[in-house]
Design a protein around this ligand. Sequence first.
Ligand SMILES: Nc1ncnc2c1ncn2[C@@H]1O[C@H](COP(=O)(O)OP(=O)(O)OP(=O)(O)O)[C@@H](O)[C@H]1O
Length: 615
Amino acid sequence: MHYGYGYFEEGHLGKIQDLRLWKRLFPYLRPHGSEIGLAVVLSLLISAADLTLPYLLRLGVDRYITAQAVPQAQRLQGLSKLAALFGALMAVGFAAEFFQVLLLEWTGQRIMHRLRQDLFRHVIGLDLPFFRTNPVGKLVTRLTNDIQNMHEMFTSVIVTVFNDLLRIVGILCVLFWMDASLTAILIGLIPIMLGATLKFSLLAREAFRRIRTRLAQINAFLQEVLAGLSVLQIFGREADTLRRFADLNEAHRKAALHQIHLFGLFVPFIEVLNSAAVAVIIWYGGGQALRQAVSLGVLVAFISYIRLFFRPLRELSQKFSIVQSALASAERIFELMDTRPDLPAPPAPKRLEKLQGTVTFQDVTFGYDPDRPVLRNVSFHVDPGRTLAIVGPTGAGKTTLINLLERFYDPLEGRVLVDGCDLRTLDPAWWRRRMGLVMQDVFIVPGTLRENVCLDADPTEARLRHILELAQLSDLVEALPLGLDTPLGEGGIDLSAGQKQLLSFARMLARDPVILILDEATSNVDSETEMRIQRAIHSAMAGRTSIVIAHRLSTIRRADRILVLDGGRIVEEGTHEELMEKKGLYHHLILLDRQKVGHGTVPEGRLARDAMGDD
Ligand SMILES: Nc1ncnc2c1ncn2[C@@H]1O[C@H](COP(=O)(O)OP(=O)(O)OP(=O)(O)O)[C@@H](O)[C@H]1O
């Protein structure tokens, strides 16, 4: 939320004298040099019009209203001319200000658009390890509040500060030229005005910070409560939740009231100061006028100038605050832009001409936290077109293995090779496009069902129909009024967990990958659909290297090789028959599974993975 004083993250202010930041900002301003130049010219026009208006008043009073010696008709004619000139100048000032605002907003929006685009491009190019340590909320703030903050600075500070300074200096010069002693009085009032507004700015900034903190607490609380509302209702936590919300709401109300008091005090105070300045000028200047030391016109012009003079003075401190907050935002934005990917890109990323699909793990050790390895000395080899099944207890490191194969992370030790090439030497985007992933968690991208199936693939209409058929999605598509053009996700329809898995399978088929990875691919669909999907999966596996995190005996049996992982190590390896003969962990797991099936606690053929950790 923006209050006109900039958005501040706890206690952090930007340093206006930080040249490094201005240097980084300059490339964003440079393409708009002509627009900024034009805005400055318009500033000159606005200031000139503003400064001339009170002077016309002076002329009106001195030359025509109080000039008894001049004939009446001439005075009236002069006044009409002045009034016309006054109107014309106001129109010029208005038009110039209108175009300046348009120009600055347009430029500000263009700059922000580019900055946001650059930042987003950078963020989505970062690797998964970065997102583990940087909360999503923080990144969203960078792309929204911080960018908005800088927009504020571009549109309402950079050029308009020039306006303000020009006006202040211009007015002082004109006043000095008209009457030095009256100007001296006005200058005496400047420190009081500046001091008051500066103090107020600090208090206002603190007040807004408090409101924002309270609002952030309310937002976080609401998000949490609404996401888990059903659990809350089941456990009867409504009254307690209501009480906690009431406390947060009350704290926000108090903070908002404090800010209203502050403004309620400051705005009239500034008005009083303004009026006091006018009173002093009337008292002192009036005396001078009576003694004929200054003309009545000068006095009238002076009073008009005072009004013009105090506004920019008052706004300068507010603008100072906006610049401080914008520079703090710029610092955070550039800090994010300077984050380098954790996975170093090879100097010349390779793309293999003809990918066979051999996968080799060579003595791989890896941990998300380098001090706590999740995989230890893992080595295996899968030939093209072969199927490898990985089984093991919960938390054994199965998904981590897949993460390394996707090159979302690099091993701490050892190498992951495809067709004999270290993954670190390949172009990661090219490599990831060669893999088809069917996972339990399916991410729906905002878009239609067709876009969600095709993603980066471009199958023909007939092929797409065939894919939907294989993925058991045809009936669903037919039942939807808009068919494949039905929007999914927010604002569109929601798919069931099972339907999402079918979608994930369809995506894999559309991509036609060399390497197939299946992780709990059909855990959420009914038995009949599962059977059909399993059949389709097996035919999809033909001719592709497949790595399956297996929970079903049927899949495991068909695998060419089975790895049994436990505590991040490969503890057994072989075919189903070999491992059964060994009578080790695999044998134990299978027996447990059979027992469970016997007791009817798990569906037939599903490996009793929950029981795996019991041993
Ligand atoms: N992103 C992550 N950051 C930190 N630790 C993680 C992360 N992902 C997994 N881990 C840890 O790594 C270990 C292995 O997790 P992994 O997901 O590979 O196990 P898994 O064998 O796939 O388990 P499951 O069968 O339950 O899916 C676990 O101890 C887990 O806590």
